[in-house]
Design a protein around this ligand. Structure first.
Ligand SMILES: Cc1cn([C@H]2C[C@H](O)[C@@H](COP(=O)(O)OP(=O)(O)OP(=O)(O)O)O2)c(=O)[nH]c1=O
Length: 198
């Protein structure tokens, strides 16, 4: 099987994930599946993103089954930011975004992304952790960035692929993982389901 003669299901509403999957040359059909994204008490970041990626895959697979769609691999993912054990999800408002960006100013944090692929009873999950360092941010930097609107649908209130690139002094890990879909790990998972790359 090659990537050109088949496609997968994508249980994700993220435009970044769609764009990154296109970079792999994998065709996909979008599946809508919603889950509760609350963090469990005491849950660590990797356990959290792995649980959510698998839950999104399970919810997506239930839709595939209930609609009587053919069996194909279904991909989902979850990204979160962690610093000193604290999990930073998507900001709820501008004040929350400012709190997150102040925490990251002049320091490093980790971005954790888990990818899950589900087909029938088979589930595979891979996780990628990337260390990201920010230069010190002034109040004016933070205000201007929030006014751009970019932080609001993103874990940790920033997009490395957008204007926040100027804040990032160093990364150690996967750029595509920070964006929400680590392509190295995703290709390896898809290979388990019969895909070949490039
Ligand atoms: C840190 C960071 C996060 N993000 C994004 C990636 C994810 O889309 C988002 C984290 O939210 P997620 O809950 O992982 O994903 P989502 O709600 O956007 O999409 P879905 O659950 O439908 O797949 O933050 C960036 O785009 N750039 C970055 O630099």
């Amino acid at each position: 099987m090659t990537t050109s003669d088949t496609h997968i299901y994508l249980a994700s509403g993220s435009p970044r994930r769609r764009e990154l999957l296109q970079q792999l040359g994998v065709a996909f059909e979008r599946i809508h599946a919603d889950i509760d994204e609350s963090v469990l008490p005491g849950e660590e970041a990797i356990a959290y993103t792995e649980r959510l990626a698998a839950a999104k895959a399970a919810a997506g697979w239930a839709v595939v089954q209930s609609c009587g769609l053919p069996s194909r691999p279904l991909l989902s993912a979850d990204t979160t930011v962690v610093q000193d054990g604290e999990i930073f999800g998507k900001p709820v408002d501008a004040a929350d975004a400012a709190r997150m960006l102040r925490a990251f100013s002049g320091r490093s944090h980790q971005v954790v992304t888990s990818v899950a692929i589900r087909q029938d009873d088979k589930l595979s999950v891979a996780t990628c952790v990337t260390e990201v360092s920010f230069r010190p941010l002034s109040d004016a930097d933070i205000e201007r960035y929030i006014a751009s609107g970019e932080p609001f649908d993103k874990a940790g209130a920033y997009g490395i692929q957008g204007h926040a690139a100027v804040f990032v002094s160093r990364i150690d890990g996967s750029f595509t993982g920070v964006m929400g879909l680590p392509l190295f790990e995703t290709a390896a998972l898809l290979a388990e389901f019969g895909f070949t790359f490039p």
